[in-house]
Ligand binder design. Structure first.
Ligand SMILES: *Cc1c(COP(=O)(O)O)cnc(C)c1O
Length: 525
């Protein structure tokens, strides 16, 4: 570790060891990829980006609660601050850099037109407490998106307020619970297939239900016989992802819906994978009672990085009266928000209240509206067709080198699934993922779904060209071959990334999220 004259620490990270032939003063920089310490380590005492006037003498009115020591905010000049974040951003990987094969995530290009629309001041600057007459355009847009979602899914009503897929699941299950309680038939169990997304059992448990698992068949689908055998007067609902997390369509969906309804339960469909069927299949025709749609997967909101999401929920006719409040309604020429007081008069069951303080994510609605209108119904159908075609291209291009457990049962939907069968002793899916980083690709989803050993789940989406798919397939093929022949160099991957192999378990289980300065000045008593 060395200090420069301004007290800024510069040092190579311990994981960023000097390559052969590196200068003795190796700083950790690799060509134009610059090593970047934590912002706190860049701290320059008394440095700021702006000049403040001398502070006037102030008398504290905090009654002795005022701070007695520096709070440890880093001091940087303006160019230092700009460069710090720019350098960090260059160590990131995003959809604007290359193909993002994460299965189950639908990471696709989001047209810039939609970003422009979302930034129009009339939408971007709207405030949820504005008088209703000043936000008629915003309400019309929410109504438009809701109308498209209801039409595309063949459902009856929509709740626009949920702010993520998992939040939509919560909304759907709360509506199901409200409907069951309204008929005096509170039930205690939610059935979830083995291949479900982790948020499904988590949501059911959060709602107070006992979660029971339904096994998958050899073909990666819900075992209809096992499901039917478990149905009974204690089962409130079944949560099914369709297309499922093996990238397969559930062909027994109608039979599942009929069986669940006959037993007095309701069907929740996890619609996060709607990208694969939009314009082709209407879940309402399959007997679904509630389903969330991830606008941040299918409908053009950039996804990832923990940014805002949006998970509207569509409802069947039976469940519509139990949708949350408020909702947008057109009364004559005017849009209104139906709130608690008016809902009862409108024959609304009263539901369970509201999901969020206001009406949802305006920026996401604007992007979705722009996406829907620019594609049209035909264009959206082609989204699904091209996404499925891309996934099948990847599946068939790699099945000679990677085992594809369900490829025998026909084409996949939007994602291709492989296992680690045939890898050399000691080589795993993790090694393949790390090898892909050295090839310039974000790794695929790994070890999910759990029903496949060493799973590798790849969702190329419709926005990649054949050339891009070929490049990805070539990279994955070469890494997979190294895993099969046991190339020991693969165990060291990644070697070109800013960091080598990190302890991912420790990073997830015991994240260090606060910076502790080695020696803070002692509090002045
Ligand atoms: C992404 C996803 C979810 C959760 O959606 P969030 O918006 O991340 O909460 C649920 N189920 C499936 C199948 C998904 O792919």
């Amino acid at each position: 570790m060395s200090m420069n004259t301004q007290g800024r620490i510069s040092r190579p990270h311990p994981d960023n060891d000097a390559p052969d032939g590196a200068p003795a003063t190796f700083t950790g920089n690799r060509a134009l990829m610059l090593e970047e310490p934590l912002i706190f380590e860049r701290d320059g005492e008394g440095v700021t980006g702006v000049d403040f006037d001398e502070l006037p003498e102030v008398t504290s009115c905090l009654g002795g609660l005022e701070r007695r020591r520096p709070i440890g905010l880093p001091g940087l000049t303006e160019p230092e601050a700009v460069r710090h974040y720019t350098r960090l951003s260059r160590q990131n990987y995003g959809i604007d850099l290359g193909l993002f094969p994460l299965g189950s995530c639908t990471m696709k290009h989001n047209p810039r037109l939609n970003e422009r629309m979302a930034r129009l001041p009339g939408f971007a600057d709207v405030h949820p407490l504005q008088p209703i007459d000043t936000v008629q355009g915003a309400l019309a847009l929410i109504d438009l998106v809701g109308h498209w979602l209801v039409t595309l899914t063949g459902m009856h009503a929509v709740a626009m307020s949920p702010k993520a897929g998992a939040h939509g699941e919560l909304c759907g299950l709360l509506a199901i619970r409200a409907a069951l309680e309204a008929r005096g038939d509170a039930r205690s169990v939610v059935l979830v297939p083995e291949s479900a997304h982790g948020t499904n059992p988590a949501t059911a448990a959060f709602c107070g239900y006992a979660v029971e698992s339904i096994p998958a068949t050899q073909g990666g689908r819900v075992d209809l016989g096992a499901l039917k055998a478990r149905l009974g007067p204690d089962v409130a609902a079944v949560m099914i992802t369709n297309p499922n997390t093996c990238g397969l369509f559930e062909p027994d969906m109608i039979a599942i819906g009929e069986a669940v309804h006959t037993a007095g339960g309701l069907v929740y469909c996890d619609g996060a994978n709607f990208n694969a069927i939009v314009g082709r299949v209407r879940p309402g025709d399959l007997g679904v009672d509630a389903m969330h749609i991830n606008l941040h997967k299918t409908f053009s909101t950039p996804h990832g990085g923990g940014g805002p999401g949006s998970g509207p929920v569509v409802f069947s006719e039976a469940l519509a009266p139990f949708a949350p409040l408020p909702f947008v309604e057109k009364q004559g020429e005017r849009f209104v928000l139906v709130e608690e007081e008016t809902a009862a008069q409108a024959g609304h069951g009263g539901a369970f209240g509201r999901m969020t303080a206001f009406h949802g994510q305006m920026g996401m609605f604007t992007r979705a509206a722009a996406y829907m209108l620019s594609h049209g119904a035909d264009g959206l159908r082609q989204v699904a067709e091209d996404a499925v075609l891309s996934a099948n291209y990847v599946l068939r291009s790699l099945e000679d080198v990677l085992e594809a457990p369900f490829a025998g049962s026909g084409p996949c939907m939007h994602e291709a699934l492989f296992s680690d069968a045939g890898f050399a002793e000691g080589f795993s899916t993790l090694d393949v993922a790390k090898g892909l980083i050295d090839e310039g690709f974000h790794p695929m989803t790994m070890y999910f779904p759990l029903v496949v050993h060493g799973a590798m789940l790849i969702e190329p989406t419709e926005t990649e060209s054949k050339a891009a798919l070929d490049q990805f397939v070539g990279a994955l093929r070469s890494v997979a071959e190294r895993a099969k022949t046991g190339d020991s160099a693969l165990k060291a991957a990644p070697v070109y990334a800013p960091r080598r192999r990190l302890d991912e378990t420790l990073a997830a289980r015991k994240p260090v999220l606060t910076y502790r300065e080695p020696s803070l000045p002692a509090a002045a008593e």
